[in-house]
Design a protein around this ligand. Structure first.
Ligand code: TYD
Length: 235
């Protein structure tokens, strides 16, 4: 649980599930409803994080050890937590995080078969023990998700610019890797039903998923008695 007066909501899931789009749409909808929101994303949500993102996702980065990769994500997260997330929670805002610790558990812990206890321990240091109050899992078939993610690769900041527009360094991993990632998310959601809400996005439009996300999050905020900044705001 977050400790400040704000609320901390993370968005997780395999590649290609549309997290960034949904976070953006949700932030706009919540703002219209009068909530004061701040968005964060990993990797790369801070100036320092953007430099880490370039190294960790560039397909031209060769020979990176799994532990190095894991520590880079943790370093990016530490910066994000201390520069963006905690200050916003302390100011009483609704923080919407596009990926958090569960991504490292799924991708590096299960995907790369790293020791889960070590992944948890390092992330405790990176985050100071901060945990999301709510996690929305946008679940998608691994093969479909990777195909979607690779299809939209061209021109992003993590694109190597060498004509290889078929995905970043993580997205181009074997399908088995992405299937382990997805299975890990399922396991986490089953183990922590109070925190996770899973939405299967496979056959849904962006708008359908948005309405589901909005319903889940507004219900959660209302149940927590979380106040709106502008009580005259309307939808
Ligand atoms: P993301 O920015 O969510 O993807 P996109 O570029 O499609 O918006 O994340 C980039 C990649 O980084 C994604 O394949 C998942 C991976 N990742 C990890 O492997 N571990 C982590 O801890 C995080 C935050 C991301």
């Amino acid at each position: 649980m977050s400790s400040g007066p704000g609320v901390f909501i993370s968005f997780e899931g395999p590649d290609g599930g549309g997290k960034s789009t949904q976070v953006r749409l949700l932030a706009c909808a919540l703002a219209r409803l009068g909530y004061d929101c701040v968005c964060s994303f990993e990797p790369g949500g801070t100036p320092i994080g953007r430099r880490i993102r370039e190294i960790v996702l560039d397909t031209k980065t060769c020979g990176m050890h799994g532990v190095t990769e894991f520590l880079l994500y943790a370093a990016d997260r530490a910066q994000d937590v201390h520069e963006v997330i905690i200050p916003a929670i302390d100011e009483g805002k609704v923080v919407l995080a596009d990926r958090f610790v569960d991504s490292s558990l799924a991708y590096q812990g299960h995907g790369l078969c790293m020791d889960i206890q070590s992944v948890r321990a390092v992330n405790e240091i990176a985050t100071g023990g901060l945990r999301p109050d709510l996690t929305v899992l946008l679940d998608i078939d691994a093969a479909l998700g990777v195909a979607r993610a690779r299809g939209r690769g061209k021109g992003r900041s993590s694109d190597s610019g060498d004509g290889n527009c078929g995905g970043d360094r993580i997205e181009i991993r074997m399908l088995e890797f992405h299937e382990r990632v997805r299975a890990a998310y399922h396991e986490m959601a089953e183990r922590e039903p109070a925190r996770f809400r899973r939405i299967d996005v496979t056959e849904k439009s962006i708008e359908q998923v948005h309405q589901e996300v909005l319903a889940i999050v507004s219900r959660f905020l209302e149940k927590r008695g979380f106040g709106k900044v502008n009580s005259n705001a309307h939808s």
